[in-house]
Design a protein around this ligand. Structure first.
Ligand SMILES: [Fe+2]
Ligand SMILES: [Fe+2]
Length: 444
């Protein structure tokens, strides 16, 4: 039996209460300065406030001195106001950490999330599979204890000889992305109201996060071992990339807010499903049907995860249409960053175009039609239909504006995409080298 998550029931500070609001901002400014990556405007206001402050989730209190407002100019206050406003939750009083808006979940919305434990248990949890029903990496790899291990490895190596370098780069990029799983679990555990507070919470949210992670762990594990056995790629360079990526983290701009977090994961799981699905189809085209099957299995896991996260969003649209609509629009404005956007092999940027390895990986993924801008727009369109966004009744002006924005977005993006494609067609292909494939040239 899962227990309900316990939280403090503290009242939400009024967003319009200037004294309290400014006090919080002073505290944010301190943190931003300490992190050395403060948002514009936050640095200029050195706080001198004292008083007990409670953030919207009621989860923390902050100390600051009273009367510091006297030393703040109107411009200081306005700059801070702009810096800390959450587009997704304009009624929240978020904090600013390292220049990013954080903890924008309001008390009311926290209550909504906490009221969804039964829903999670009854409707969503089933999208995870029990371990005994899951495939494991060993099911798709030569058994090292078997007599025919060496000939099976030899077969694998012969099959993968037919995989071109641009294909290998995409497969490695997919694998590196999966291998940065510690980052994604950390991210989930920054989300207010759903995070696993103890590491072994007996709540449906805590269990979801851990078991989702455990399922995902098989993806990088299998792809990594397959690529290792193939002998086609520079494993050391790949391992360096993974270590750097986990060391760098990621920046999805989800504000510790589950509304934004679930919107991000709804999109991202579908994106990985599309990407692994296409990688599988391309493997078959290149003559490696076994690899095609591996990618298809991974894609089918992503499909379950996608359904689960989209179901959570559907419920949030039902319970809080305006709040969820603003979250949708906010994530779309910020754009969904790929989880591995900070990948770095330590070499790539020092040569060639100076692009990051992630930028060039994205280009190869697009050129091989594994994951393209059109896929990005298709996902938005799919989500709009999936949640019947056009028919949702928003009552606030902010909600209606957000709805209008997201509904028009696919057409707007397609127009931009067509223009970008025309420009690309006019340009010449450039040579890119990836250390992952021993610097063999690839043209994108
Ligand atoms: Fe995955
Ligand atoms: Fe996934």
């Amino acid at each position: 039996m899962m227990k309900t998550a316990r939280t403090f029931s503290l009242s939400k500070p009024k967003a319009s209460s200037s004294g309290r609001k400014l006090g919080m901002r002073a505290s944010r400014a301190t943190r931003a300065t300490r992190c050395g990556a403060a948002a514009e405007g936050a640095n200029s206001f050195q706080p001198n406030l004292k008083g007990s402050l409670v953030n919207p989730s009621g989860a923390r209190s902050r100390l600051a001195k009273p009367n510091a407002l006297e030393s703040a100019t109107k411009a200081d206050i306005e700059a801070l106001e702009r810096a800390v406003r959450s587009e997704a939750a304009p009624d929240a009083s978020p904090v600013l950490i390292c220049g990013q808006v954080c903890h924008s979940l309001t008390k009311e919305r926290e209550e909504i999330i906490l009221s969804m434990e039964d829903f999670m248990q009854d409707k969503v949890y089933k999208y995870l599979k029990p371990t005994e029903k899951c495939w494991q990496a060993s099911d798709y790899l030569p058994d090292p204890a078997a007599e025919d291990f060496i000939p099976r490895v030899q077969e694998l190596r012969e099959r993968t000889l037919s995989l071109p370098d641009d294909y290998l780069v995409v497969l490695v990029g997919d694998m590196v992305t999966e291998e940065a799983l510690p980052t994604y679990m950390s991210m989930l555990n920054t989300i207010d109201a759903t995070k696993d507070e103890t590491g072994s919470d007996d709540t449906v949210w805590g269990k979801w996060t851990r078991e989702w992670t455990a399922e995902e762990n098989r993806h990088g594990d299998l792809l990594n071992k397959y690529l290792y056995l193939s002998g086609r790629v520079d494993m050391r360079q790949i391992e360096v990339t993974i270590q750097n990526l986990i060391g760098s983290g990621m920046c999805p701009k989800t504000e510790n807010n589950p509304y934004l977090g679930f919107m991000y994961t709804s999109f991202q799981e579908r994106a990985t499903k599309v990407s692994h699905g296409n990688t599988g189809r391309n493997a078959v085209k290149h003559g490696d049907a076994a690899l095609g099957e591996i990618c298809a299995q991974i894609a089918s896991d992503e499909a379950r995860h996608e359904k689960a996260y989209q179901l959570i969003c559907e419920e949030l649209f039902r319970k809080d249409p305006d709040g969820m609509m603003m979250a949708f629009a906010d994530m779309m404005k910020k754009q969904i960053v790929m989880p591995a956007h900070l990948m770095d092999d330590g070499i790539h940027t020092t040569r060639g175009s100076g692009n990051s390895i992630f930028e060039d990986f994205e280009k190869v993924a697009a050129a091989t039609e594994t994951y393209t801008t059109a896929d990005y727009v298709d996902i938005i369109e799919y989500l709009l239909k999936r949640w019947k966004v056009e028919t949702i009744k928003c009552t606030s002006e902010d909600g209606q504006r957000a709805q209008d924005y997201v509904c028009k977005l696919p057409n707007r993006l397609r127009r931009l995409m067509e223009r970008a494609e025309k420009r690309m067609k006019k340009g010449n292909k450039t040579e890119v080298q990836f250390s992952w494939v021993y610097d063999r040239p690839i043209f994108v």
